[in-house]
Design a protein around this ligand. Structure first.
Ligand code: ATP
Ligand code: MG
Length: 231
């Protein structure tokens, strides 16, 4: 209000309180979005509590891998921008799934990324379902589904579950994601050379383009060391 030369300002509410309230609402909104993204990520029950902090650096290589995966999570905006993919290759029980889930939760919580964890078998099943007479989904819909998330984690790569034509869909998914510069993590019990011969040298090469790398897990199973029930 203006009284002659003087301006008198009267605030209906304290601006600092409004800011605080706004920030609290924003935090709550992010929390709800993270919960939804975690629900939709398809994290198996068994791995639901896996975190980077609960991964024990059981040897120097395990510590290196943990550090590398933590750096990847911290630099997610850059990794996403460059479409940086990873290959986890190695022996059973060394924590490949543990770290993939921990990484997923980290980038959802900190960057609201959309992630999907799946396996070759599940992709093949989804493809097979499209062949049913009454199927409402086409193979293109399946490819679109797996290329819609910011990050896709594919487990059990290297096991030839399906026929050649089914496996071609898997390659199509990897290739489409590569072309769209979307990061993918593949997990395998095979050695890097074996992975290369299964998915082809060209695709393997594309996987590690843009700063991507193969993370090797070649030590004794944590399951046998700690008596963890086998997954
Ligand atoms: N270094 C570790 N610190 C803590 N827990 C670990 C570690 N390594 C493995 N685990 C635990 O051991 C179990 C098996 O690990 P995980 O399933 O991640 O192994 P994997 O490498 O995916 O094995 P596979 O190749 O057989 O699928 C999980 O319960 C996981 O949390
Ligand atoms: Mg595994």
């Amino acid at each position: 209000m203006e009284y002659g030369e003087r301006v008198s300002e009267k605030l209906s509410r304290c601006p600092a309180c409004i800011r605080q309230e706004f920030e609290a609402t924003e935090r709550k909104k992010r929390q709800i979005q993270s919960d939804i993204l975690i629900d939709e990520a398809g994290i198996p029950e068994r791995f639901a509590s896996c975190e980077l902090a609960s991964y024990e650096p059981v040897n120097a290589k395990a510590k290196n891998n943990l550090d590398l995966i933590r750096s990847y999570a911290d630099a997610w905006p850059e990794m996403y921008q460059n479409g940086t993919s990873l290959i986890f290759s190695g022996k059973p029980g060394t924590g490949k799934n543990h770290l993939a889930v921990a990484l997923t939760k980290e980038i959802i919580r900190n960057h609201q990324a959309s992630v999907l964890l799946t396996s070759v078998m599940r992709i093949i099943r989804a493809v097979r379902r499209t062949w049913a007479k009454d199927s409402e989904r086409s193979e293109e819909d399946v490819i679109a589904h797996y290329t819609s998330r910011d990050l896709l984690v594919i487990d059990e790569v290297g096991i030839q579950y399906g026929s050649d034509s089914e496996m071609i869909i898997l390659f199509d998914i990897l290739n489409t994601r590569y072309e769209r510069m979307l990061p993918t993590i593949i997990i395998s019990n095979l050695t890097p050379n074996e992975i290369s011969s299964v998915i082809g040298e060209r695709l393997t090469d594309r996987m590690v383009e843009g700063g991507g790398t193969t993370v090797i897990f070649d030590w004794q199973s944590f399951r046998s060391q700690k008596g963890v029930t086998a997954v």
